[in-house]
Ligand binder design. Sequence first.
Ligand SMILES: Cc1cc2nc3c(=O)[nH]c(=O)nc-3n(C[C@H](O)[C@H](O)[C@H](O)COP(=O)(O)O)c2cc1C
Length: 213
Amino acid sequence: MNILQLMAHPDYNNQKRAANRLADVGLKTLQEKLNGQGTIEALNVYDPNNFIPQITADTLNLTNPKETSAERLKNHEAQHKLIKQWKSAEYIYIYMPLHNWNVPAKFKDYLDNILTAGETFKYTETGSVGLMSDKTTKVTFILTSGSEYDTDYRYVNLDIAPQYMRGVLHMMGINQMKLIRAQGLDIIINDKEEIMKSAEKELVGYISSNSYK
Ligand SMILES: Cc1cc2nc3c(=O)[nH]c(=O)nc-3n(C[C@H](O)[C@H](O)[C@H](O)COP(=O)(O)O)c2cc1C
């Protein structure tokens, strides 16, 4: 049993940040539930110790490592390490704050590595086909946000991050995504602690309900 916990808060060491706090609760719940069985790998894409290649003129089309510079090879190796980790996870938990209606920029970089043809999807004559499946890869997306996206009319059509994630996963053949939110955290009249407690409760309940077999 391989579990991957991805985190994408730029303030990656600050446990008071909502997404980091939820990630901490999620990790502890998983550790208790697994009780030493299986492996849990945690990766924060903003931690400078974790090298996440970016698409640049130098890294575009990292397909032929034999004809390449040392820099391109370094990027290619890092990219394939990320892909291997993603593909070998049976459960993936992703924690992040909402940034300008979408995933934080560095998480987009991360996905640019994962969405590699021949690895997580392939091109066919009739279009792309996913090479993964929601039967073997269960993805949970935990999203914190300043505004309320389920209920506030101004924002329902700007609910891009979950739609984007569903689209990305669909491309890979994963057509299920559990979404857990802590939303409305920056609305002054809201009780932030109450929102967090409620999200933590939902997260703990959900993580505990999976069998991990
Ligand atoms: C650069 C930036 C962009 C943000 N964009 C949005 C947004 O588009 N929608 C939203 O509801 N909240 C947005 N927020 C608010 C954060 O999502 C929210 O404060 C965070 O989830 C919880 O705060 P914390 O990470 O400081 O604990 C943004 C915050 C920052 C720093």
